[in-house]
Design a protein around this ligand. Structure first.
Ligand code: SF4
Ligand code: F3S
Length: 106
């Protein structure tokens, strides 16, 4: 399965959601996650993210290992998102910022 890592938090560009053939993306207040029970490893979403926030679960960046379980957990309670929407107005200010997991809203 593929997972969304913490760089998506507060950026949430949503370019990724429209290409998913199985509607595996779920939306929270300031982050998206992928449902591992739906993802079929098609790889289509990975290049769509402009800030490289999507990785195969076996290849997440060092320090991001907890995001694998977090995607699975949050996908259970957040609604599916299939249509692109405007990113937060200040999304650009948050690209690549460290330790964004502390800013996650549930
Ligand atoms: Fe959807 Fe494919 Fe991305 Fe999995 S890898 S979340 S199936 S677009
Ligand atoms: Fe997040 Fe990138 Fe999708 S910022 S919403 S994973 S396009």
């Amino acid at each position: 399965t593929f997972v969304v890592i913490d760089n998506c938090i507060k950026c949430k560009y949503t370019d990724c959601v429209e290409v998913c053939p199985v509607d595996a993306f779920h939306e929270g207040p300031n982050f998206l996650v992928i449902d591992p029970d739906e993802c079929i490893d098609c790889t289509l979403c990975e290049p769509e993210c402009p800030i490289n926030a999507i990785y195969p679960e076996d290849d997440v960046p060092a320090g991001q290992e907890a995001l694998v379980a977090l995607n699975a957990e949050l996908a259970k309670s957040w609604p599916v998102i299939t249509e692109r929407k405007d990113a937060p107005a200040d999304a650009g200010d948050w690209e690549g910022k460290p330790d964004k997991l502390a800013l996650l809203e549930r």
